[in-house]
Design a protein around this ligand. Structure first.
Ligand code: PXP
Length: 251
């Protein structure tokens, strides 16, 4: 029997809307609590260097006020490491960050940046924080994540989701194959496997059928749908989609 699959709700874009107007509303911490009440297993938030959505006090409030694991997404910089060590979230997901990008466009180059990543991973683990690396499902990146002592890899599903959305069937198939083999390789190396970026109900259902994947982190689609359906309902529909995908795994 495959293990259950967790849903981490990324509330960054509640903060994006708040920041568009300034002030305090809508409150991302309220969204986090609502998502948890509706069935989210954890909350994900990305404190970007330019603070375009989540701000420092959001991270502190999330840590203090939510009763589920906080997954703190961060670039591997000295500043973010200091905030992580002070906040002590359940997990830190190291992501690449470019100032000009609209979202996290590619995976972390774990293979090419081992020297820079090693001390950050070491410091986080030493503080008892689980470390996740957000990488493409390429063997070289997965092997580097294992060699670096990461606990988790989060597979970047953005290219697969984009190909699905744009009906580029051959590319979607190629990306899917890479995700399937990458998840198997990562699990065989003892890494916990998560996935995220660009997921919607259909792609979350499909990827939940991979038994190695134990957590999905989903933001933009859920917050967008919440405008129409409400956040609680949206989280519930997503949970149901993931449960259908999980249930399709043959024993
Ligand atoms: N996982 C990571 C590491 C991310 O950087 C993001 C985007 O912030 C997500 C998951 C969620 O992606 P989306 O907002 O497209 O669902």
């Amino acid at each position: 029997m495959a293990s259950s699959i967790r849903l981490g709700v990324n509330i960054d874009h509640v903060a994006t809307v708040r920041n568009a107007r300034g002030g305090l509303l809508p409150d991302p911490v309220r969204a986090a609590k609502l998502a948890i009440a509706a069935g989210a297993d954890g909350i994900t938030a990305h404190l970007r260097e330019d603070r375009r959505h989540i701000r420092d006090d959001d991270i502190a409030r999330l840590k203090a006020e939510i009763d589920r694991p906080l997954n703190f997404e961060m670039a591997a910089t000295e500043e973010m490491l200091g905030i992580a060590l002070k906040t002590k979230p359940h997990a830190c997901c190291l992501v690449p960050e470019k100032r000009s990008e609209r979202t996290t466009e590619g995976g972390l180059d774990a293979a090419g940046q081992q020297a820079a990543l090693k001390p950050v991973i070491h410091a986080l683990k030493h503080a008892g924080i689980r470390v996740s690396l957000f990488i493409a499902a390429q063997p070289s990146q997965i092997e580097a994540a294992a060699a670096l002592g990461a606990d988790i890899v989060e597979i970047h599903t953005g290219a697969w989701c984009d190909a699905l959305a744009e009906a580029r069937a051959a590319q979607a198939e190629a990306e899917w194959k890479q995700i399937v083999s990458g998840a198997a390789l990562a699990a065989s190396l003892g890494l916990e496997v998560h996935a995220g970026h660009g997921l919607d109900y259909a792609s979350a259902e499909e990827i939940a059928s991979l038994p190695q994947i134990v957590e999905l982190n989903i933001g933009h689609f859920l917050i967008g749908e919440a405008i129409f359906e409400g956040l609680s309902e949206t989280v519930k529909i997503m949970r149901a989609a993931m449960a259908r995908g999980r249930g399709s795994i043959k024993p």
